[in-house]
Ligand binder design. Structure first.
Ligand SMILES: *Cc1c(COP(=O)(O)O)cnc(C)c1O
Length: 381
């Protein structure tokens, strides 16, 4: 272990992935430079076909980011002023931001301790307490840290109340629930190709998944300023939400090793779990689910002291998320579950994400595990 002492490790090792792919990324970028179709070039359609095949849906629409994917999905459903959209508070700002941008009202719901995902009990309370004149319209479930939310329970509530369900699978592309892939678990699903996500490009990117042909065609129109029959026929208000051809070419190369990477992330997660479960709370996958392990997040009361000691030992950690969205100033006036969001608030004080990527070798991981155990024991009185 001595050669690791005094070295600062990677939290997410994108260099190792690039070495694994050899010259293939450079070659793929070179081909785009040659053909010169930088906007909506052939690699974009090729990527969309590949993404749809992996997710097991009819349509994948590539776009400029995970945030644009969420925005375009809500635009396709014509979400706007007067509409309430239920979102977990324990998530990245983008999930609620798009609701506010469209003039609709995000309603913040608590999460479950075990899964970090939306609590259906809290969702029901938030729905029951919704004040006039807001009209409940949609639920955005987030697959936190790579684990799909409980779409069966969420769909039960949604169908009783006539709500739409959007899956924010920015962190979970590649994960499964009851044999089905993220992308096929809700009426529409969005994902992100931000570099640090399980499937990341070398810039911004995203995609939307659906089985509905009409939605897919609306999304394609929204992506190019609401275009109709051609570029100068405008049939709705849209955005510039296209994915660059170069990013599509990079993603096509990364997809060739993606399944193997997801399998290795699972091995890394299992090693953490078996060596840490006796001293901290470790993530547990509900029956029938797999995770894309965007993050490996432990829960412990001594979080800040342990993070401090790990940093001193050269081990990077991260806190996702240090505040619930309902605790952030721009979102603090929106409605919440009337019973409060106590799990979200406790998790923001206790979560700690450890280095997680498919190139984390066993020796390095053993070193990390040893340092985590030492730091927890040192700080636990
Ligand atoms: C990363 C992320 C997004 C936003 O994706 P971008 O590609 O960065 O716009 C949205 N929701 C969640 C839960 C995310 O983790």
């Amino acid at each position: 272990m001595s050669e690791l002492q005094g070295r600062v490790l990677e939290f997410n090792d994108l260099d190792a992935q690039r070495r694994q792919l050899g010259g293939r990324i450079d070659d793929a970028i070179g081909r785009v430079l040659e053909h010169g179709r930088f906007i909506m070039g052939p690699e974009v359609a090729e990527l969309e076909a590949e993404l749809a095949r992996i997710a097991g849906v009819n349509y994948a629409v590539a776009c400029a980011s995970g945030t644009d994917a969420l925005l375009m999905a809500l635009m396709a459903w014509q979400i706007g002023p007067g509409h309430a959209v239920f979102v977990p508070s324990f998530t990245f700002a983008a999930t609620a931001e798009v609701v506010s941008l469209l003039g609709a009202t995000p309603v913040f719901v608590d999460v479950e301790t075990e899964t970090f995902n939306m609590s259906v009990t809290s969702l029901k309370r938030a729905l029951a307490s919704l004040a006039q004149p807001l009209v409940p319209k949609a639920i955005i479930a987030v697959d936190m840290f790579g684990l799909p939310a409980d779409y069966d329970a969420i769909e039960d509530v949604a169908s009783q109340e006539g709500l739409l369900v959007l899956a924010d699978s920015a962190q979970s592309f590649g994960a499964r629930r009851n044999g089905k892939r993220a992308g096929s678990l809700a009426e529409m699903t969005t994902t992100s190709f931000f570099p640090a996500k399980p499937l990341g490009c070398y810039g911004d990117g995203g995609a939307i998944f659906t089985d509905d042909e009409e939605l897919a065609s609306t999304l394609r129109s929204l992506r190019v300023h609401g275009q109709g029959k051609n570029k100068y026929d405008t049939v709705r208000i849209g955005i510039n939400g296209r994915l660059d051809t170069i990013q599509a070419a990079i993603l096509l190369q990364k997809l060739t090793i993606f399944e193997a990477e997801i399998a290795t992330r699972q091995t890394v997660a299992e090693r953490y779990g078996s060596h840490l479960e006796d001293i901290v709370r470790v993530p547990r996958l509900p029956a029938g689910t797999t995770s894309a392990w965007a993050q490996y997040t432990i829960v412990l009361e001594e979080r800040d002291a342990v993070a401090h000691d790990l940093k001193a030992a050269g081990i990077p950690t991260a806190v996702y998320y240090p505040k619930g969205l309902h605790q952030q100033r721009p979102y603090s006036a929106y409605p919440t579950d009337p019973m409060g969001l106590s799990t979200t608030e406790r998790l923001t004080r206790q979560v700690l994400s450890l280095p997680m990527h498919p190139y984390l070798d066993e020796g390095t991981q053993t070193h990390i595990i040893g340092e985590v155990r030492d730091a927890v024991e040192r700080n636990r009185s």
